[in-house]
Design a protein around this ligand. Sequence first.
Ligand code: PHE
Length: 456
Amino acid sequence: MMAGTSQTAHWSSRWTFIMAAVGSAVGLGNIWKFPYEAGQGGGGAFVLIYLFFVFVIGTPVLVAELSLGRRGQKSPIGSMAKIAKEEGRSPLWSLIGWSGVLGAVIVLSFYSVIGGWTLSYMFDAFAGTFSGMDAAAAGAHFGGLLTNEYAVIGWHAAFMGLTMFIVARGVEGGLEKAVTYLMPALFALLIGLAIYSSIAGDLAATVDFLFKPDFSKLTFDVMLQALGQSFFSLSLALGSIMTYGAYMTRDVNIGKSAVIIASADTGVAIMAGMMIFPIVFAYGLVPGQGPGLIFATLPIAFGQMSGGAFIGGAFFFLLVVAAITSSISLLEPSVSYITEKTGANRRKVALMIGGFIFTMGILSGLSQGDNPVADISIFGRSILDAKDFLTNNIMMPIGGMFSAIFVGWFVSRKNMMEELAMEDGTFRIWYFLVRFICPVAIGAVFVSIIYNTVTG
Ligand code: PHE
């Protein structure tokens, strides 16, 4: 074992920690969700408010969660319980850990379904399936996948299987190895595809679209969406960052790492936009049509461009890689908690929890498209969308708010200073943000929403 006296495994270098954390942050959220949410939320206006949330609210919370993890050296539940005890606070604070671990289980149960779609699309693209498809055919192809129970469940199983395989091999042998190979591949592909798309597609329209704000589209709903998305994209409040923080050695600087992680994550989201929209505009497709942007819209372009099978295949491979390095960080919190609690063998635990999450995910998978399960409606949402709404718009902001409050008001200032080892001025700014601005801003967005819903 490396640092300290604990039994926790550790990243073998600062660099591998950063890659793992960026791998967790960069995922379907950046490449699938961010572009279509920006598309629906008024382009530049959404991007601006998103940037504000990432750097003023999300990054301070990221620092808070990394330090809670490193201080605790345990699973999120164990770390929260331990720190609350050390600080003489109520054991109820461990609820932050619970909410994170359970939230990650819920998210992974539908994240893996979408990961499965991307796997299926990767093979389709390389096989040239999209060649010559028009909008109707591409829509029908996506619909066809969603209504094919065997395909949906099979691909979901394949994606979950890959995730379990990596997590079963442990921090150093599994997670770290995976990110060391996959992250460089991801960056190379992303840069290559963005360059291709800027040259071959309509860059001017994209820049206009992504950076010229249309504030009339900036409703309260869009703001809540942007807040939820910033947390989701930074992997906050689901125990992932806290768990990865626990594997960090004491010599890593948390503040600097957090800024690198947040910048890389945001950079990738914007690059994803720069990769997708030039193609969308060049082929006269609709930018604001929502979740189908990647699956029902882009294939039309891949089917028309020369070399589209290769470009499309590379694009979906990129998506698979981004998704896998995130899904392992969604499985790790519960696996770390159960192994810590029971002392059971990690392989068995990864298999059992992964199997459970896979089973939970089946209904989410069947809740899309033209399936009978799609008729089940929870507050007007399909099962998958309801899970997404519950975690993204409720559990994550509340969880993030309480970790900011805990660190800002319930852990001693001296201990935080020691954990962060920041320069005085930087520490003061961070401390101010985490004590006042984060809780108030997150709270205000909620109150506005409630007010807005009540007064219609
Ligand atoms: N950040 C990941 C993404 O953008 C998703 C994720 C959220 C992963 C929370 C871990 C924890 O796709």
